[in-house]
Design a protein around this ligand. Structure first.
Ligand code: GLY
Length: 344
């Protein structure tokens, strides 16, 4: 298609003082990489996966570069891979003045971002995000990290990228299940602000979701308050993912989590039936699940709620209400259970 025609590109600022950067969204925008590689860099380490390169998604940073391949999917997100990447960077002679470019979905940007955060105590990183989920969530906001056998994303750092390119052209090549995963996060953005996403085409919708996330991150980079709103729908989603075995993608788990959060908020008197219906309309509109998997065990899910790594002071739900989405603690166990049963 295009080679990143400026007329089709939306540039979304992420305002973080001297760590501010832009997210460029649009078809073919990956071809503009050379324009956003930090000017001082002499070399670029491109970190990607076979599947990404195999799908024809390659980049040219415009300066000397070498490609480093990591395993596909979450399997790559280990401390071992970070060590291996950093050793390869060192053997190649990457310096603190150079840069890393991560090309892929959230697993690649999380991993390469973390390697960039720790290599030589921090080198610049640029993300070329190639999945819907990565574009509207992982690539924006500076969370980087890897998994431990004990849990997901348990080791990481806040390390903001220098620039992010969200190429909406490559979304056409995504497998349907990967697209659905992104759509679950997209559904979440309908409720974080009162933005009308329904009327927008996909590239504009991506840009608007990025702008919503950018505003949240600018207000609370380190998640000491407002940023937790991005976890809307995620308490049940994380429990379903931790319980495992349901063949649900992350975004599908978030979709069910959004409906659950709406039903809980309604039962707590925070929102009316119309607002619950709005949640069902948005989630259903993306063809995402609105009910619990038949074999889900509500008691086990409620136990898992308090093991969510974000549950610092007991079970905290982000719930919609008259003042928007707010953290709510101290929910009655029976209420949580009954609301789960009602989602069957
Ligand atoms: N994915 C949630 C956040 O970036 O805070």
């Amino acid at each position: 298609m295009t080679a990143g025609d400026p007329a089709n590109i939306t540039r979304v600022p992420v305002e973080l003082g001297d760590r501010s950067y832009e997210v460029w969204v649009g078809p073919g925008v990956r071809h503009r990489l050379a324009e956003v590689v930090p000017g001082e860099a002499n070399r670029v380490a491109v970190v990607t996966q076979e599947a990404v390169a195999g799908a024809g998604i390659t980049v040219n940073p415009g300066i000397e570069h070498r490609v480093f391949i990591v395993d596909d999917g979450e399997r790559a997100k280990t401390m071992g891979t970070v060590e291996e990447l950093c050793r390869q960077f060192a053997r190649w002679g990457l310096t603190r003045g150079d840069a890393v470019v991560a090309v892929g979905g959230g697993a690649v940007t999380d991993l390469a971002g973390f390697a960039a955060a720790v290599y030589h105590r921090g080198v610049r990183v640029v993300y070329v995000s190639t999945t819907l989920l990565g574009q509207i969530d992982a690539s924006v906001g500076g969370k980087t990290g890897v998994n431990l056998p004990e849990g997901k994303n348990l080791v990481g750092a806040f390390w903001q990228p220098s620039a992010v390119l969200c190429d909406t052209e490559v979304l056409d090549t995504l497998p349907p299940e990967e697209m659905r995963s992104g759509l679950g996060e997209m559904a979440k953005y309908h409720f974080i602000t009162d933005t009308d996403l329904d009327s927008l085409a996909l590239p504009e919708r991506v840009a608007r979701c990025v702008a919503i996330k950018a505003a949240v991150v600018a207000a609370d980079e380190r998640e000491s308050g407002r940023r937790a709103v991005l976890n809307y729908g995620h308490t049940l989603a994380h429990a379903l993912e931790a319980q495992g075995g349901y063949d649900l993608r992350h975004g599908e788990a978030v979709a069910v989590g959004l409906i659950y959060a709406a039903e809980l908020a309604h039962r707590c008197g925070r929102i009316d039936a119309y607002r619950v219906a709005e949640h069902r309309r948005v989630v259903g509109g993306y063809n995402l699940p609105t009910g619990l998997p038949a074999e889900a065990d509500p008691d086990a899910l409620v136990r898992l709620f308090s093991r969510d790594k974000k549950a610092v002071a007991g079970v905290t739900f982000m719930l919609d209400g008259p003042n928007g989405i707010q953290p709510v603690t101290g929910l009655d166990t029976d209420l949580m259970l009954q609301t789960l049963e009602a989602l069957r």
